[in-house]
Ligand binder design. Structure first.
Ligand code: FPP
Length: 232
C-alpha cells in the first residue's frame, strides 16, 4: 500500500467484452462503456494527484480480433478525442501516445497526432495512451534506435546504458510506472510495459473495466477516495 500518491499509474483495461456479454450487448458496446469509464478514471487520477496515467487502449496483439471489433477500436479514439480535446485543453491535460502509429488507419493516426501536438505544452496530468503497443516491440524499436546512435557515432558503445535505452522507449522521458493495475480478473501482464515494469507493483482486480470506478482506483493505489467520484 502506498503512503503517498504514486507518480505513474498504468492500467490494463481488461474485461470490456465480458462486460458487454454479461449484459447481452456486443463486445463493441463493452468497449464503448470502457471508454466512458476511462473518463472517470482520468478525473479520479487528477483528484488523486497522479502525475502520469498510462492506459492500454490497443495492444499489438489486438489486430487478431474480428475485423468489426478492430474497426470499432480504430473509430473509438476518433470520436473520443474530437469530443474531449477542448476539455483536455481547458483542464491542462497533456496527451501522449506510446506505440507504433504507422500502421493505423489515416483517420486514427491523424486524430492521435493532432491531440498530441495540441496538448504538448499542457502542464497538468499526462495521460499516455498505449495504442498499437507491445512491450517486446517497444524494446526492439528502442534497441534499433540505440544501435543506430552507436553506428552513426552519436554515442559510443560504452554509452549504451539502461538510461539511454529507457529514453528511446515509446514512453520516453516518462517515469517508470509505480503500479500496474489489471482489471477483469486475469493475472498476467500481456506484453505491457515489459522493460518499464521491472520495479512496478502489480495489482489485479476482478472487476471488469467498465465497472472500475474512481473509488476502486483510489483503493488500488492505497489512498482514501475523495469527493466527487465516491459514487462512481
Ligand atoms: C480489453 O478488453 C480491452 C481492449 C482491447 C480495449 C480497451 C479500450 C478501451 C477501454 C477504450 C479505448 C478508447 C479510446 C478512446 C482510446 P477485452 O475486450 O479483452 O475484454 P474481455 O477480456 O472481456 O474479452
Amino acid at each position: 500500500m502506498y503512503q503517498r500518491t504514486p507518480n505513474h499509474v498504468a492500467i490494463i483495461m481488461d474485461g470490456n467484452g465480458r462486460w458487454g456479454k454479461k449484459r447481452r450487448l456486443s463486445r463493441s458496446e463493452g468497449h464503448y462503456a470502457g471508454a466512458k469509464r476511462m473518463e472517470d478514471v482520468i478525473d479520479a487520477s487528477i483528484e488523486l494527484g497522479i502525475k502520469v496515467l498510462t492506459l492500454y487502449a490497443f495492444s499489438s496483439e489486438n489486430w487478431s480480433r474480428p475485423s468489426d471489433e478492430v474497426n470499432y477500436l480504430m473509430d473509438l479514439p476518433v470520436k473520443f478525442f474530437k469530443k474531449k480535446l477542448p476539455e483536455f485543453m481547458r483542464r491542462n491535460i497533456q496527451i501522449r501516445i506510446s506505440g507504433n502509429t504507422a500502421p493505423l488507419p489515416d483517420k486514427t493516426r491523424e486524430v492521435l497526432a493532432r491531440v498530441v501536438a495540441s496538448t504538448e505544452n499542457n502542464t497538468g496530468i499526462v495521460v499516455n495512451f498505449a495504442f498499437n503497443y507491445g512491450g517486446r516491440g517497444d524494446i526492439i524499436h528502442a534497441a534499433k534506435a540505440l544501435i543506430e546512435e552507436v553506428r552513426s557515432g552519436k554515442i559510443s558503445k560504452d554509452e549504451m546504458t539502461e538510461e539511454r535505452m529507457e529514453q528511446l522507449l515509446y514512453t520516453g522521458d516518462l517515469p517508470s510506472p509505480d503500479i500496474i493495475i489489471r482489471t477483469g480478473g486475469e493475472k498476467r501482464i500481456s506484453n505491457f510495459l515489459l522493460w518499464q515494469s521491472a520495479e512496478s507493483e502489480l495489482y489485479f482486480s476482478d472487476v471488469y473495466f467498465p465497472d472500475f470506478t474512481g473509488e476502486l482506483l483510489a483503493e488500488a493505489v492505497g489512498r482514501q477516495p475523495v469527493n466527487s467520484y465516491l459514487s462512481g
